[in-house]
Design a protein around this ligand. Structure first.
Ligand code: AMP
Length: 139
């Protein structure tokens, strides 16, 4: 079954599209977590970042950069979060790769995201081992 975003791409359901090219499309997130909250979506229905080819991802990020600046200009946002949920455990609800661009305006938006800080619970060796495992997986 096509994702809701694939249906937007095919114009089967409406959306407020702000950008489109051969590889990506961007439209307003229906939730508008903040004013101008925009999604940048790959046209191919990759489920998440684990499936996206690097070339598509880098193009998508380039478009996101352009859009971030446009959103800042359009609404006078003083800051902006880029968020991507990948996998159900990470909070993904639409399984079609996308970035959220979430402009920020006020301190009261602060509790949109709160990351846990585990710095005090980790030894230097644990950091080293985590970095080693990632570097090993890259090669
Ligand atoms: P995520 O939870 O990271 O997968 O994000 C999915 C996002 O898609 C949510 O923020 C939804 O508000 C948004 N969304 C779902 N349906 C639509 C739609 N028809 N048009 C625009 N955004 C949508």
């Amino acid at each position: 079954m096509p994702t809701i975003f694939a249906r937007i791409i095919r114009r089967e359901i409406p959306a407020h599209i702000v950008y489109e090219d051969d590889l990506v499309i961007a439209f307003l997130d229906i939730s508008q977590a903040t004013k101008g909250h925009t999604l940048v979506v790959s046209k191919v229905e990759y489920q998440n970042i684990f499936e996206v080819p690097e070339k598509t991802a880098s193009h998508l990020f380039g478009v996101a950069t352009r859009l971030a600046k446009a959103i800042q200009k359009a609404f006078g946002a003083s800051a902006l979060n880029i968020l991507s949920n990948n996998g159900e455990l990470a909070g993904q609800t639409v399984f079609h790769f996308h970035l959220h661009l979430i402009p920020r305006y006020e301190r009261q938006d602060d509790n949109l995201f709160k990351l846990k800080n585990n710095q005090g619970n980790l030894t230097s060796d644990e950091y080293k081992e985590r970095a080693r495992l990632i570097k090993e997986a890259l090669s």
